[in-house]
Write a protein that binds this ligand. Sequence first.
Ligand code: NDP
Length: 246
Amino acid sequence: MKRLENKVALITGGSRGMGAAIAERFAAEGADVVITYARSTDSAGQVVEKVKQQGRKALAVQADSALPADIQQAVKQAVATFGRIDILVNNAGVFQMKQLEDYTLEDYDHMMAVNTKAVFVAAQAAVAHMPEGGRIITIGSNMAERLTTAGGLLYSMSKSALLGLNKGLARDLAARGITANLVQPGPIDTDMNPADSPHAEGIRSQTAVGRYGQAREIASLVTFLASPESSFITGTEQTIDGGYNI
Ligand code: NDP
């Protein structure tokens, strides 16, 4: 028996990086998958193909997480296609480093809209269609716990807010048999944080394990949290950073 047999999952930001790895792993575990994306139509199409090659159904929806109406529409499309949402993975995120004086209010609004408000909007829309046993998994960051460099204040703030949101979701939804957990990655080799960037060596040296993580390692943890095996785990933060923050 596969761990997510016949489950329906909605993954925001599933066209690249961790979201794509989670979509492919979920399909391997027996789930049908809806992914959202902002711009990468081709990459989203490739993820859909990979899911289908594993014998599962998939749908890609262009939905800007900065726009609540887009997220609500993506949930509607997922439900119209597959009838329900068993698993919501709030993965879409944006990253920007600037000094305090260089940030604009537009930077603030966009970072908070995509990294924080979108999680609230997606959860609110999805739970209306989520049966007992449902799962909400949100991708935060280990930068919510510990900020080791200057310039990350907005990103850190946007991800820190998810700790409270996640706990609230866990409390509000427990009676319905739905769990909510926050996954806080450290440096993971994706387009957002490539392991060959000019900053990579400094980042790598701060991990205990001496390397970047891979998107599939995040997908492993998210798959466990999405599965029935995690039924007594709710409201938690799971930091997965190769010992960066210890
Ligand atoms: P990537 O930049 O590789 O991929 C981001 C994904 O999110 C893409 O699918 C992208 O879609 C989508 N996305 C971005 N903005 C929007 C938007 N406005 N609306 C809808 N989709 C959007 O990022 P990662 O895979 O590295 O990051 C995934 C999550 O993990 C994020 O929340 C990030 O903050 C977090 N994280 C990442 C770390 C890292 O080291 N990589 C460390 C800690 C946390 P499109 O392809 O269309 O642009």
